[in-house]
Design a protein around this ligand. Structure first.
Ligand code: HEM
Length: 391
């Protein structure tokens, strides 16, 4: 981020409707769809990426060496010098057409996970997490024998990334050792995927991208990034949808009788309760694009739920989503529009549909369900459930 924070003027300025100064957090909140659109496409207001805290950020480690935790996160393609090449290849992998053929295998995974549910437990841990993890591995072309170890790597990367967001950069010897083991495995797995027989669109793209730089790390980091970016928000979105479905009997009936498709119901739930509360941007050049002078360094927080509901208020999810997909901000907008929006929608919808049909005796304890909205990505703490006549 460039420029020093001199946002004092904003705290006293008369702001146009749809803009609010959040004095506690020192950010400009955007709650109007028109202004959100401008902020997300404006060249003066850039994505919340800190291009390289250390020298050589984004540069793969020398051959034979693994990255440190910080270096690993700096290898994310979205913050690196190869963004354009990676983005061009990856967008082809995640189109509606490219992800649709995975639907039967996703259904099979969801059915399997639903059938394996213990009689009581936590739905996020026992169903959503394994199903969403495995269906993502399918998309990435990871062979099934690798799933248990890759699940552990994904959990560790997600945990460390959340710590990074909270400003925790020091790690104890146990965490450092676990990370080193995870990196060793990820490096070997990447090698096997790149030279193996798999022909999934992701693997074909990964092989093309692997030629850009020597060594396995850009692709290993890409696999880590995709696991980190998608699984948690899908668990959050699905958990909220499950809570709503099982607390409102007519929603479950609508799904069971087919009067609403799971995808349409999920779209409306995600419009009302987006997993990411805000989309962040930073002003890099002073501008007046939002109708008020913005100093460089201003943090802009686009309030996703407020924008989603600004023109069309919350509707009954039993009737699906009342607005067009392009008007919903849940998956972002513009250049950085969510890479996995189509696969996430398909995975979430398939998971909900299978659960409703495969487990008619399931009940969710709505009172005991805990979804923490404190951080920008909502966090599922507990979704207690029971199955059976006493549920
Ligand atoms: C319900 C699930 C998901 C939600 C709500 C979600 C939401 C978002 C949002 C709001 C953005 C835009 C961020 C910005 O503009 O700053 C984004 C970007 C991104 N998402 Fe997702 N996402 C989900 C699932 C996924 C999945 C499954 C993947 C992986 C396949 C994924 C990969 C990405 C990537 C790589 C970006 C950055 C794209 C870029 O900068 O070009 N997301 N996501």
């Amino acid at each position: 981020m460039t420029g020093s924070l001199s946002t004092g003027s904003l705290s006293t300025a008369a702001l146009p409707p749809g803009l609010f100064w959040d004095a506690d957090r020192g950010r400009l909140k955007v709650r109007d769809p028109r202004l959100a659109e401008i902020a997300l496409r404006d060249p003066h207001i850039i994505t919340g990426v800190d291009h390289g805290k250390s020298a050589g950020a984004g540069t793969p480690p020398p051959l034979g060496q693994a990255p440190t935790i910080t270096e690993f996160f700096e290898l994310w393609y979205t913050v690196g010098p190869r963004y354009q090449q990676f983005n061009t290849e990856l967008r082809k992998v995640f189109t509606v057409r490219a992800v649709a053929p995975f639907e039967p295998a996703m259904r099979a995974q969801a059915t399997r996970a639903a059938a394996a549910l213990p009689p009581a437990g936590d739905l996020a841990r026992d169903y959503l997490s394994p199903y969403l993890m495995h269906s993502t591995f399918l998309l990435l072309g990871v062979p099934e024998p690798e799933w248990p170890r890759l699940t552990k790597v994904a959990r560790l990367v997600i945990h460390l990334f959340k710590q990074q967001l909270l400003g925790v950069t020091g790690h104890g010897p146990r965490e450092a050792a676990a990370f080193a083991t995870a990196m060793h495995y990820l490096e070997q797995l990447t090698g096997r995927l790149l030279t193996g027989p798999g022909e999934e669109p992701f693997l074909l793209a990964a092989r093309r991208l692997a030629g850009l730089d020597p060594g396995p790390w850009p692709i290993a980091a890409l696999i880590g990034q995709l696991l980190m970016a998608g699984i948690e928000p899908m668990i959050v979105g699905s958990s909220i949808a499950c809570r709503d479905i099982w607390s409102t009997p007519r929603l479950r009936t609508a799904l069971l009788t087919g009067t609403v498709a799971a995808a349409d119901l999920a779209e409306e739930v995600l419009r009302q309760h987006p997993p990411f509360g805000n989309i962040f941007r930073f002003v890099v050049q002073p501008c007046t694009c939002l109708g008020v002078p913005l100093p460089a360094g201003t943090i802009v927080a686009i309030d996703v739920a407020a924008v989603n509901l600004h023109t069309t208020p919350a509707a009954d999810p039993a009737h699906g989503c009342p607005v067009r997909t392009g008007e919903v901000l849940t998956f972002g907008k513009g250049t950085h529009y969510c890479l996995g929006s189509h696969s996430a929608r398909l995975q979430v919808a398939t998971g909900l549909d299978r659960l409703v049909h495969e487990q008619p005796g399931l009940r969710i304890d709505g009172e005991g369900t805990r979804i923490d909205t404190h951080n920008n990505l909502k966090e599922v703490r507990a979704v207690p459930y029971r199955i059976g006549p006493g549920a």
